[in-house]
Design a protein around this ligand. Sequence first.
Ligand code: GN1
Ligand code: MG
Length: 362
Amino acid sequence: MADTKMLAIAEKFALEGTIAEIKALGDGFINDTFIVKTEGDTPNYILQRKNHQIFPDVPGMMDNIQRVTTHIKAKVAAAGGDPMREVLTVVPAKDGALYYKDGDNYWAVCTFIEGSITHDVADTPRLAFMGGKGIGKFQAQLADFTEPLAEVIKGFHNIRWRFQQWDEALAADKAGRKAELATEIEWIESRREKMLAFWEMVEDGRLPMRVTHNDTKLSNILFDQNDEVLCVIDLDTVMSSTSLNDFGDAIRSYTNTGAEDDEDLSRVSMNIETFKHYTAGYLSERCASMTETEKEWLAFSALYITYEQVLRFLMDYIDGDTYYKTRYPKHNLVRTAAQYKLLTSMEEQYPEMQKIVKELAK
Ligand code: GN1
Ligand code: MG
């Protein structure tokens, strides 16, 4: 039996069938997620309370998701696929809105894809390849989607905006930590111009604006029972930017031989084999729709995003740890050092990374 409050919320949506039960699902720390099971053969649903703190514009976010999934549905149907399984389906509220607002809370529903599987770690070459394939396919399906999307998180991977925040954080030195961070601050400053030069290509159009997912972890890809890619989920952070950043952020997380916050820096490095497998999967779907400039800068995007992550962790430490959850006092500083180690490992292997991209993009 479903709790009456949850039942009342679920019933605001245009669901098929009769609700049998509503259960909390997963352990996401941004949104609260529930599965709504219906009796008999009618579909089951995913009901989510969207975190309004992190996403100030839920209507804009839901509109992004609706436009992107509608576009993909047409692509799947044209390719003879199943538009109910190969892309998420947003279920509107009975009043036609894409969400239901209950006081300060925003709720949204999508159809549950039966029999789908997720994986948490890319611990085999095949999973790294399939992760790349999943994101590559998503981007290829959206390569001709050119309308701008709502900016659900301001300046997310915009290093010019990050430098503005960074300069303000250094000037304010809120936690009084700046004096002891000369070495770490130099890690950021010594690469400032190089990173800005990359972003300038996005600003002046040399790198095209595309739909980006912005959370390309493996667990955001649904697989079928044969372990083939079904679709990409968690579309809350879908925005317009350079799609290279989705690749870069995946490389940052997939290829690290250590943990994001490893205290033992000898464990942290970029695994070039994992890089190769992910890139092969990604390009198998995406290469045909990429511009030459995108191919040329694909490998660099891994350095760019890892650098940005060093900056964001260090900036949060300087600010007194207000953005990322920390488990101990110097956690953000440990993360900074570990991501910096990863960045230097990428810099050392950059010629090899470029060679791999060039060969696979032929
Ligand atoms: C945050 O919470 P999670 O892991 O989905 C952050 C990412 C960072 C990541 C670093 C909205 O993502 O940008 O790369 O932490 N997401 C947001 O662990 O800031
Ligand atoms: Mg997410």
